[in-house]
Design a protein. Structure first.
Length: 122
């Protein structure tokens, strides 16, 4: 059984306790990780030009604002291709009349896979 923990506790505790099941519970974990700098980028074989956070094209404050602006209808969940037990979150918030695509998962840290303007049809 999991005891209630403040949102700034290591994300792994929240994930293992099943908190990652609902976006309103995941949102503060991701926001806190961004505020504290406790996030990473998923390693990829090819350098990903689509991760604007990793490239410095957007900063943590922009991503936090986008996450806070995300509504339930703009959230999708899936599983990681290489780690089927890991839940992937895809957010598609509308920021200043432009749709964004934010993809991440939580282990001990939050791992960002993609942060970029959405392509048409996504």
């Amino acid at each position: 059984m999991c005891d209630p923990q403040p949102v700034d506790v290591v994300a792994k505790i929240a994930y293992n306790c099943g908190v990652a099941g609902k976006f309103h519970e995941v949102r503060p974990i991701v926001v806190n990780a961004l505020q504290a700098g406790n996030y990473q980028f998923e390693s990829r074989v090819a350098f990903d030009e689509q991760n604007y956070l990793q490239l410095g094209r957007v900063d943590e404050q922009f991503v936090i604002g986008a996450i806070l602006a995300t509504r339930g209808q703009d959230v999708e969940r899936g599983v990681h291709d290489q780690m089927p037990s890991v839940e992937i979150w895809v957010l598609k918030p509308l920021i200043k009349r432009r749709r964004w695509y934010i993809k991440f998962y939580i282990l001990e840290d939050v791992y960002f896979i993609s942060v970029h303007p959405a392509k048409f049809g996504r």
